[in-house]
Ligand binder design. Sequence first.
Ligand code: FAD
Length: 487
Amino acid sequence: MARAVVLGGGISGLSSAFYALQEGAPAKFAKVALLEASERFGGWLHSTKYQDGTVFDYGPRSFRPEANPGLNTVDLALKLGLRDDIIIAEKGDILDNRYIYNDQTLQELKFGIDKLFKVVPPLKKRLISYIIQDIRAAKGTEDESVHSFVSRRYGKDAADFLADPMLRGIYAGDVRKLSIRSTLPKLYEMEKRKRRTLTTSYPKTPYVHKALQDYVSNWSVWSLRGGCQQLSDALVGHLSRPEMPTELHTSSPCTKLTFKDGAALVTSEKGEITTDHVFSSLYAGDLAKILPEEHGELAEELDGIPAVSVVVVNLEYPVESPIKGFGHLLPSSEDGPILGVVYNSCVFPQQDKKFSMGKVSRFTVMLGGAWYDQLLERLDGSLNPNGIARLANEVVSDHLNITEKPLKVDVIIQNDCIPQYLVGHNERVERIFKYIKDKNLPLSLVGSSYKGVSVNDCIYNSKLAVERLTGLPPYVAPDIPKAHFLH
Ligand SMILES: Cc1cc2nc3c(=O)[nH]c(=O)nc-3n(C[C@H](O)[C@H](O)[C@H](O)COP(=O)(O)OP(=O)(O)OC[C@H]3O[C@@H](n4cnc5c(N)ncnc54)[C@H](O)[C@@H]3O)c2cc1C
């Protein structure tokens, strides 16, 4: 029976191992070994819990339960027995409050039918004029930047003040370089099909369970009591059970990946493994480094997918948040290196310190991304944690008018953490996958470098990669609780 090696122990690698050994799946893999370079599993899923109960996330902090990928993550969490630790933020007023910090003021984004003939800042014209421009817009080219697409269809200020901060919030990237086709595929497809309604970019599979859809119907976003890392920890726990045919190794970077006679040879400091199949969840640039010269063409394509670094600062204050909402984002014209602020306590008060009775607030300030060099300049060339903490505190006090000193400040620099889907990304990914298919390499590429950076996309693409090899296993419904009592 076949054996597989998974490279990388972030959420994509762990979920590839989970699906490769899923109960009821056509028995394709008899054994799975997973190699993780660092000393911990989870990759960007990284949370810390203070003794007083405060939870800080250094990477992702919430998941959306939407469409197949979103429902699939909920399904996975339930199957891993995390049901009682799921925390949800319900759809409703507070989380619908999203702000743009522009012209040094917080501007609430609210676009109702009643606003059709009004100017809603940060936009400069009446809403109806954007709709008219959209109706009259000429069709675009195959792929273009998000800025070019949105300017053409809705006007330049929609691109500068809505698309720009939104893409900074998701990709920490530059809207003038990111691809519309790869970052907002629903908008791209809508134009191609000349339709005005958004469609899902994933094919419908028979997997979606009606009960699961009903279960999440009032969820806006969700997380886990102990932070997002609880999901990767649960996967590690599941895969480490004695009955599982797995070997999980930390501190084991793969240094070379070669292919011969339909098999793969994986080299690490711990030795060599010959295997039938490899799932690589490494960032594309890291995979390029371990490929042999004969696959230089593939390595070059992989190297063409850049990534940006983000500085994440978590802060806790001894006061309630004066503004209620999900958070705010800044257009790059307002302040390049300051990407935005998440109001964590409004979203998940369950992760505030115990017995705080709402008297503390936790915020995350995101800095850098495609403006990392400007951030370095602002900090006089040194990413010293004290300087970063001072800057993040200034952002919170200036933008939210909080004058108290923070009780806790946690600074972390996440290097090359978000791959950038630049114009032409989709074609590049097609060439990469075609190369692997044409050369018949026993290699599946999963992870955030190719087909979606969200945790939902990462997990779902791992599932699809396994299904492409082993066939669709029968869908087993998780144990879905009847009532929504999970707060
Ligand atoms: C600050 C931040 C905030 C985010 N917020 C959200 C959010 O709120 N919601 C959301 O859905 N998504 C969010 N994301 C995106 C999401 O978290 C990531 O895209 C996702 O976690 C990527 O997972 P991955 O397993 O593909 O990659 P990674 O987590 O990067 O895992 C790859 C692993 O490979 C290992 N590795 C590297 N080289 C080697 C080697 N040679 N051999 C073996 N192992 C190797 C690395 O150490 C790493 O552990 C956020 C990301 C960041 C950085």
